[in-house]
Write a protein that binds this ligand. Sequence first.
Ligand SMILES: [Zn+2]
Length: 629
Amino acid sequence: MKKLLLLLITASTTVFAQDNHPNPGYWQQHVDYKMEVTMDVDNFQYSGTQELVYSNNSPDTLNRVFYHLYFNAFQPGSAMDIRLETIEDPDPRMVKSFKSPDGIKKKQSKISKLKPDEIGYLKIKNLKQDGVLLESKVVGTILEVDLAQPLLPGNKTTFTMNFDGQVPVMVRRAGRNSDEGVALSMAQWYPKMAAFDFEGWHPDPYIGREFHGVWGDFDVKLTLDKNYTVGGTGYLQNPNEIGHGYEDEGVKVSVPKKQKDLTWHFIAPNVHDFAWGADPDFIHDKIKGPNDVDLHFFYKNNKEIKENWKKLQPKTVELLAFFNEYIGEYPYKQYSVIQGGDGGMEYAMCTLITGERSLPSLIGVTAHELAHKWFQHVLASNESKHSWFDEGFTSFISDFAVKQIMEKENQEDENPFQSMYNAYYYMVKKGDEQPLSTHADRFDLNRNFGISAYNKGAIFVTQLAYLIGWENTFKSIRRFYHDFKFSHPTPNDFKRSAERVTGAVLDWYLVDWTQTTNTIDYGIKNVTQEGQQAHIELERIGRMPMPIDLVIIYEDESMESFYIPNTLMRWSKENPYPEIPRTILEAWDWAFPTFDIKFDTKGKKIKTVIIDPSQLMADVKNSNNTIEL
Ligand SMILES: [Zn+2]
């Protein structure tokens, strides 16, 4: 039953991506992995075989390929290590803080201190293309491979290899023996083919930030100590041999006493990554979510956290239903929340999160990582190049969901969006902002990477709601998901979805907001009233043009509003305040620094004039947006 379902998912998505894609001629590579891996839980070393069938759907002939060997980053002297030592604000999870003898606070990369039996590594042996041994070279976290035979467009080739790995002491995302005592957090743990797409190869060295992968089917057999419970990407194929809470109801699984290990067989269709976590003390709960999706929870048998992890489960059901409704249907039949890692990180069909959290924090991180399923795993834009596109949309929708679902439990955050705006304004004030289109690895500061990708990225969406309205914004998200799932869309593709939904022109918005550091600042320069005639003068101070909602409050508390379209948009939105009568004025061309509004007040006296009462427009100077007369 399960197998048939998987086939259907794979078949429909493959056909979909090629035949009905909105961008004619769209293509993407395809990889199918088969791996058999044995883990020694005493020394955290593992060895495995990998067979990878690579389909070249591109118009190019490939003479080289590149594999990621992410675990090599966890070695003294690696690029990740040096970056930690040289960046002004290293990730606190990855450094040790100490005071030098002369009393100065210093930070030291945790990677720089790893001993040989604590580092991470991936070593490749016997790499062959269709049985022919290949030349390859390890450069940091990338394996550069010269092909024996050029791979022509439309052809497939099979790579085989043996690999040995060591799980590093936990520094970032993956590793052994986390602070919360989880034995194995296994992410970025296997030799992974780099992405080749319309922009060419993406063999980015790993310095700890974002990812981009190729879709395919994963068939993974993991052999390890029988006392360990494993959760991860993929559907377990042998639940009644394994047990550990996976077995069918009524089945009693008995493993012979002298048998030391179990071999777990997972199949994951149409994913671009495979992660897992394992621990001998995991509790494993399984509940049903919407559309019969199996939700699995793996957490340490620790009485401090048990209650929160139980309460998290029905909330995860609600979150999944929420995202299904607001984005589109979750296409897999399983999702697992696994205690592990060093914070929260999204992986295919699962997440690794730290588990010793307050309930709001546990639900918040689960909401965020679950929302990534749609953006980072089903849409799967290149999040290294467009970190804001993935993190921004994810942050927006998960904060929105938490706001809806947690109303009672989480009152500390009244307006989930205001804090994002405040963070963005803070960054602008600091004056060291880099454009959102900066490659994730290339932001000078972690602070600005975080504020840009998560907050300014989320404001792209909330501010779009200012431009086209909430209903159109959600329609655009659903249209985008429907049209581009399983096809690595770019920010321009989302912009086109919003344009297709509304008819508005939005290129100027995408360009100014994401490819420049232009800011928005409008001001009310002057308000005069002579008899029946009022005259309001507005000015554009910031570089970025916007349409303007202007609300007038009279002394008798009655109101009216004006909408000044932005010429570039060639479109007017619906009245966002239907209870207030609105006049649509001539559009304001951005080249004009000021704009005059003259109107008849019908004998009423103006009390207050406000630009954008919703404050969804990210105006960096709020003080000139309101005038009290
Ligand atoms: Zn995220």
